[in-house]
Design a binder for this molecule. Structure first.
Ligand SMILES: [Zn+2]
Length: 124
C-alpha cells in the first residue's frame, strides 16, 4: 500500500492498494476503513475494489494504521470478547447437542426451563 499527496485530511489523498484479482487500484480516503484489535494490537484495512467490487481485507502494521488514520481514514477499534479468556471444561458441544437443543426449542415450555435454571443459579 502506498499513499500519495498526503497532508490534508481526506481531500485529494489517493491510496494505492492491491486487489488480489485486479492488482494495483487507486482509492480515496472514504473508500478505506482501518480496523485495530485493542486486545492483540493487530490491525488491518479494508476496501471494496473499485474495479471488481471484491471486498478486500489486508493485515497492516501499526505504522500503516497510523498513516491511514492521519490521512482521515475511518478507524474502528474493537476488543476480543472476554469470553475467550474463560476457562471451559466438560465435553465439547456436538452436532447431536445442537439437534437436541433444536428439538427442545420446538416444545412450548423451553423458556420455563431456562427460567428455572437461572433461578437455581441465582440461589447459589
Ligand atoms: Zn478487484
Amino acid at each position: 500500500m502506498e499513499k500519495r499527496r498526503g497532508g490534508h485530511r481526506g481531500d485529494g489523498t489517493i491510496v494505492r492498494a492491491t486487489c488480489p484479482s485486479c492488482g494495483d487500484v487507486e482509492l480515496t480516503v472514504p473508500d478505506l476503513a482501518a480496523i485495530v484489535c485493542a486486545t492483540t494490537d493487530e490491525g488491518s484495512y479494508a476496501f471494496q475494489c473499485p474495479s471488481c467490487q471484491l471486498a478486500v481485507v489486508k493485515p497492516a502494521e501499526s505504522h500503516v494504521i497510523d498513516l491511514l488514520a492521519s490521512a482521515g481514514v475511518r478507524l474502528s477499534v474493537f476488543e476480543l470478547p472476554a469470553e475467550l479468556e474463560e476457562f471451559h471444561d466438560g465435553p465439547s458441544f456436538t452436532h447431536d447437542d445442537l439437534l437436541a437443543f433444536h428439538d427442545r426449542l420446538q416444545q412450548d415450555d423451553w423458556f420455563a426451563e431456562v427460567e428455572a435454571l437461572v433461578a437455581g443459579s441465582e440461589q447459589r
